[in-house]
Design a protein. Structure first.
Ligand SMILES: *Cc1c(COP(=O)(O)O)cnc(C)c1O
Length: 379
């Protein structure tokens, strides 16, 4: 429990940052005021670089810090990346999954409408996990791109990302993996994707308003420009179309809250210096405990397998219960922070859900209290 007496069970929405991360941001904001914002950013160069190095190691082994650009968040990074991706002028095919994040899906549908793209669902089992046996007969080699979230935000599953990555590489199809919901809670190394997008505030415990796009070596030079600015492009000498800056800088966004980046860099370094396998194991163990005590509490039903490796627990409401109203009541009456997921959030939802997600700072008793509160509010 934090000092404010709130039980945080919403790492999948926005985790609790450590006091050191909050202080790193506050110190940076003071430096901006005292030294000048651009000077402060230069002074923070080593901190920011250390964050990129920690991030590259988490996505490794084939990722380089020079292939990563800070962004405003995972959705903005995904939109920028798709806008710059070299898809066929008409009739391209993109492999997707039903559990794609809502904002990414809107980006894909907008691209599809504009460029006559076909969005083809990869084969999945009833839980939404990609079915590798059926994927082998799917014909990945007819696709121009595959995109999927390693961990979706509205289902407690983990995609077999490394196995999908191997199959995409064998078929010669580029792969973009959204690690917004997986980085920090499951292993993200060894996927071998061409590009990754991610965010700060979830399992990495960074601040809001920061994220990143990471490219494997050689990918950047194939990309175009999504939203040209002085920060990612230059005017062509011959007066033609603007030219992208070399490397991943072509996806750069320029103006941003540098304090948020400093906070994320601090959180990344702290995460790497901790014991990531132990943190991930603790998150999985808390989720397993949570599923055990929550299933059936007050009539709420856990939707995923009890032993899923995801830290996300989703709960289907009993008849007549409204997840959003329940979330509000839990916070107001029991001081328990959860989130509600509306049915419109993703294509694979057939109704609204309540979501609980414990981080390593939680204790099993936090989930016991949620179960007790759900049992109490249903009566
Ligand atoms: C939260 C989330 C995003 C979006 O991240 P933002 O930083 O809010 O843009 C994208 N994909 C998944 C799977 C997410 O859970």
């Amino acid at each position: 429990m934090g000092e404010a007496g709130i039980i945080h069970l919403d790492a999948a929405g926005a985790a609790r940052p450590s006091p050191a991360t909050v202080e790193a941001q506050a110190a940076f904001l003071r430096a901006e005021g005292e030294h000048g914002a651009y000077v402060a950013e230069l002074e923070a160069a080593d901190t920011l670089r250390a964050g990129l190095e920690a991030l590259a190691a988490l996505l490794g082994p084939d990722l380089d810090p020079d292939g990563i650009a800070w962004h405003h968040g995972a959705s903005a990074a995904f939109a920028t990346l798709l806008g710059a991706w070299p898809l066929p002028a008409r009739g391209g095919r993109v492999g997707v999954v039903p559990s794609e994040y809502g904002s990414n899906r809107l980006v894909l549908e907008a691209c599809a409408a504009r460029a006559g793209l076909d969005l083809l669902d990869l084969p999945v089992d009833p839980a939404g996990t990609v079915d590798l046996d059926r994927l082998d007969g799917f014909g990945l080699d007819r696709l121009d791109l595959v995109v999927f979230p390693q961990v979706p935000s509205q289902r407690g599953i983990v995609q077999p990302a490394a196995e999908i990555g191997r199959r995409c590489a064998a078929a010669g199809v580029p792969l973009v993996v959204d690690v917004a919901q997986s980085l920090g809670q499951v292993d993200t190394t060894g996927i071998g994707a061409d590009a990754y997008v991610g965010t700060s505030r979830k399992w990495l415990r960074g601040p809001r308003g920061a994220g990143f796009v990471a490219l494997r070596a050689g990918v950047a030079d194939r990309l175009g420009l999504a939203a040209p600015s002085l920060h990612n492009a230059r005017r062509a000498a011959d007066g033609g179309a603007p030219e992208p800056l070399p490397g991943v800088a072509r996806l750069g966004v320029g103006e941003a809250s540098v304090a948020a980046r400093v906070g994320l860099a601090r959180a990344l370094v702290a995460y790497a210096a901790d014991d990531p396998p132990a943190l991930r194991a603790r998150i999985a163990a808390l989720a397993a405990h949570g599923r055990r005590v929550l299933d059936g509490a007050g009539g709420w039903q856990v939707r995923e397998e009890a032993d899923s490796a995801s830290g996300i627990i989703t709960l289907r409401p009993p008849p007549g219960a409204d997840p959003a109203a329940t979330r509000d009541r839990l916070y107001r009456d029991a001081r328990i922070l959860t989130s509600a997921i509306p049915a419109a959030r993703a294509r694979d939802l057939d109704g609204p859900l309540l979501r609980a997600s414990a981080h390593a700072y939680n204790d099993p008793t936090d989930l016991d209290r949620l179960a007790a509160a759900l049992a109490a509010t249903s009566t």
